[in-house]
Design a protein around this ligand. Structure first.
Ligand code: HC1
Length: 588
C-alpha cells in the first residue's frame, strides 16, 4: 500500500494506482479529455494536471502513479489557471459552432468550457488558418477534423480494442491531424464502421451519420407506413440517455415511446434473432452432415454473421475465410426482408409505401442496411438505421417524459421473442441461444429450464471456448452421436483477430464460432449511450440476462410467431424461400 494525501485528505492505495484513480476514490473528479478507462494511458491533453508538493512542474494525473508521502492538490490556483489555459488553447483550434453541433449538450470539451467559464478567447483562433475537411463518405460515421482535439482516443480504440488501425496520427506540431491512410475517405480505408471511436470521441470529431430527419419525414408522411424494429441491446441501455441509471431494463417504456413518436407498427429485432437461430442451427447441422457423412470439403468452423463490423473485418483482413461465415443475414436484415414481404402481405400494405426503420446499438448497421446484398424484398430491406442515441434525441424532441411512461407490448406477427433472442445483445449470447436449440433438435429431448444457462460462453473473457458432447441423438443425427461439439466466442475485433489467426493456422479447432465486433457484444456497441465503460457494460449485460430469466419462453425454436412464419410463409428452415430472403453470400 502507498500512503499519500490528496487535497490534505490522507488515503492509502495499491501501488501503481494513478493520482487520477486515487482522487476518484476520494470523490474528487479530475477532468480529462484523452483518458478513457478502456484504453492505454496517453497523457497528451494535459487537462488533468495536478500540483504535487515539491515539484515545480504540474503532473498529468492520468499518467502519474502515486508515491509514498506524496501530497497532491487537484484544484489549487496554479492548477485552475493551467487547466483553463489548456482548455482555451484547445478551443483556439476547435470549431466551436456549438449550437449547430450534433454533440451540443453532450460534448466533453463544451462541458469543460462551461465549467471553467471560458468567455473571451485568450488565444488567437488558429482554426481559420487550417484547411480541414469533413468526411461524410461513410454511411455510418462522419469525421469532422475541425472539431478534433487530437486526444487520440479514437486512434487507441481502433488499434488496441479493434486491432484495425484505420486511424493514425499524421504530421507533427500544429499540423498534427488524426488521419486515415494517406488521408483517404473513411469509406475507402480498412474501417469496419463499428463506431467504437465515435463512442469514445470527447467532441463531435467522430459522430454517427444521422438519419433522424429522414425518419421524421417518413413518420409525418400519411402515405407511408413506417415499421420500426428494436435490437436486443437497446432495452438495456436506452434508459441511460433518458434519466435512468445503467442496467435498467426499459423494454415496455421503449415500446410506449416508439408508439408516441409515431411509428405505425412497433416490432422487435428479437423476433428475427430467434429466426436466425433456427436458420443458423439448421445450416450448422447441414454443414456437419456434409463434412461427416458425405465427406465433402466444408468450411468449418461456421462463424456467426450478425455483426456487420465483424463481416467487414473478415472482408478486409481474412477474405480467404468468407465461406466460414454463416449465410444467414443478420436479424436486422432478416427483419427488413420480411417486413416488406411477409408482414406487408399479411397487413395488406403496399411494400413500396412501407418504410422500415431499425433502432440499433451499432453504427455498422447503417452500412449493412445499404449493402447491395440487402435488397431481396425487391426494395432496400431496411431504409434507415438509428442509434440508441438518435432514438433518445427523437424521444426528447417528442416531449415525452420517458421515466413516467407505462409499459406496452410489441405489436404482433413480428413482435414476439424469447429469452434466447434477448441474450443476443451480450457476447456469447448468440452461441448460448444456438446451443439451446441445437441440443433439442439433435436429441429430441427438452433442455430442463434450470440447465438453460450455458455459463462457459458468458462473461467478458476476450476469447471463450466450450464443448458439448452430443449423446442419445435422434436417428437422423446418428452421425453426431458422441461428437464433442466445440465452440468459441470472441468480442472486440482485436480478440477476433487472434481467434481467426489461430483457426487459420490450424492451432485452434472448433465447429462453431461467434464473433461480435464490439467489446461486450452489442450492449457495448458504437451507437450506445456515452459513456460506455466496463462497469456500465457489466450492468447492461446483467439486465439482459435478467430479462431472459424472467421470460416464460427461453428457446428460439419455441417462439410462437416464428412457428407461424414457417407455417404461413417460409415452409421449413433453410427452405428455398428462406434462402431467397434470409441468406446471402459475401464475396471477396
Ligand atoms: Fe446486435 Fe443482432 S444482437 S448484431 O449485437 O444479431 O447491433 O442488440 O440487433 O441484427 O438481434 C446489434 C444487438 C442486433 C442483429 C440481433
Amino acid at each position: 500500500k502507498v500512503n499519500l494525501k490528496i487535497n490534505n485528505i490522507p488515503i492509502s492505495v495499491r501501488e501503481g494506482t494513478t493520482i487520477l484513480e486515487a482522487a476518484k476514490m476520494l470523490n474528487f473528479n479530475i477532468p480529462t479529455l484523452c483518458h478513457h478507462p478502456d484504453l492505454s494511458i496517453a497523457g497528451n491533453c494535459r487537462v488533468c494536471v495536478v500540483e504535487v508538493k515539491g515539484s515545480k512542474l504540474l503532473a498529468a494525473s492520468c499518467a502519474t502513479p502515486v508515491a509514498e508521502g506524496m501530497e497532491v492538490l487537484t484544484n489549487s490556483e496554479k492548477v485552475r489557471t493551467a487547466r483553463k489555459h489548456v482548455i482555451e488553447l484547445l478551443l483556439s483550434e476547435h470549431n466551436s459552432d456549438c449550437t449547430r453541433c450534433f454533440k451540443n449538450g453532450s460534448c466533453e470539451l463544451q462541458e469543460l468550457a462551461a465549467e471553467y467559464r471560458i468567455g473571451e478567447y485568450t488565444f488567437m483562433n488558429l482554426l481559420k488558418f487550417k484547411n480541414f475537411r469533413v468526411d461524410r463518405s461513410s454511411p455510418s460515421i462522419m469525421k469532422d477534423d475541425t472539431k478534433c482535439i487530437r486526444c487520440q482516443r479514437c486512434v487507441r480504440t481502433c488499434d488496441e480494442l479493434q486491432g484495425i488501425g484505420a486511424l493514425t496520427v499524421a504530421y507533427k506540431g500544429d499540423k498534427q491531424q488524426i488521419s486515415t491512410f494517406m488521408g483517404k475517405p473513411i469509406s475507402e480505408v480498412v474501417c469496419t464502421n463499428c463506431g467504437q471511436c465515435v463512442n469514445r470521441c470527447p467532441t463531435a470529431a467522430l459522430v454517427e451519420q444521422t438519419y433522424i430527419e429522414e425518419v421524421w419525414k417518413a413518420i409525418n408522411n400519411p402515405e407511408k407506413f413506417v415499421v420500426v424494429q428494436t435490437a436486443p441491446a437497446i432495452r438495456a441501455a436506452l434508459g441511460e440517455e433518458l434519466g435512468f441509471p445503467p442496467g435498467m431494463r426499459v423494454t415496455g417504456k421503449l415500446v410506449s415511446a416508439l408508439k408516441l413518436v409515431g411509428f405505425d407498427s412497433v416490432l422487435d429485432t428479437d423476433f428475427t434473432a430467434d429466426l436466425t437461430i433456427v436458420e443458423e442451427t439448421a445450416e450448422l447441422l447441414g454443414r456437419l452432415k456434409r463434412a461427416l457423412v458425405d465427406n465433402e470439403t466444408v468450411a468449418l468452423p461456421m462463424m456467426t454473421s450478425c455483426s456487420p463490423g465483424w463481416i467487414k473485418f473478415q472482408e478486409h483482413l481474412f477474405p480467404d475465410m468468407l465461406d466460414n461465415l454463416s449465410t444467414c443475414k443478420s436479424p436486422q436484415q432478416m427483419f427488413g426482408a420480411l417486413s416488406k414481404t411477409y408482414y406487408a402481405r399479411k397487413k395488406g400494405i403496399d411494400p413500396s409505401n412501407m418504410v422500415s426503420v431499425s433502432i440499433m446499438p451499432c453504427t455498422a448497421k447503417k452500412f449493412e442496411a445499404k449493402r447491395p446484398e440487402m435488397r431481396d424484398s425487391g426494395y432496400q430491406d431496411v431504409d434507415y438505421v438509428l442509434t440508441t442515441r438518435e432514438l433518445a434525441m427523437m424521444i426528447r424532441q417528442t416531449g415525452i417524459d420517458f421515466m413516467k411512461l407505462s409499459d406496452e407490448h410489441y405489436d404482433s406477427l413480428m413482435g414476439a421473442s424469447t429469452g434466447a433472442a434477448v441474450i443476443f445483445g451480450a457476447t456469447g449470447g448468440v452461441m448460448e441461444a444456438a446451443l439451446r436449440t441445437a441440443w433439442e433438435i439433435v436429441t429430441g429431448t427438452e433442455v430442463p429450464f434450470e440447465k438453460l444457462n450455458i455459463t462457459p460462453v458468458r462473461g467478458f473473457g476476450g476469447i471463450k471456448s466450450a464443448s458439448l458432447t452430443l449423446t442419445n441423438v435422434k436417428p437422423e443425427y446418428s452421425f453426431l452421436e458422441g461428437v464433442e461439439l466445440k465452440v468459441a466466442v470472441a468480442h472486440g475485433l482485436a480478440n477476433a483477430k487472434k481467434l481467426v489467426e489461430g483457426i487459420r493456422r490450424g492451432d485452434l479447432q472448433f465447429h462453431f464460432v461467434e464473433v461480435m465486433a464490439c467489446p461486450g457484444g452489442c450492449i457495448g456497441g458504437g451507437g450506445q449511450p456515452i459513456p460506455t465503460s466496463s462497469e456500465i457494460r457489466s450492468k447492461r449485460v446483467a439486465a439482459i440476462y435478467a430479462e431472459d430469466m424472467g421470460l416464460a419462453i427461453r428457446k428460439s425454436h419455441d417462439n410462437p410467431e416464428v412457428k407461424l412464419l414457417y407455417k404461413l410463409f417460409l415452409g421449413e428452415p433453410n427452405s428455398h424461400k428462406a434462402h431467397d430472403l434470409l441468406h446471402t453470400h459475401y464475396k471477396p
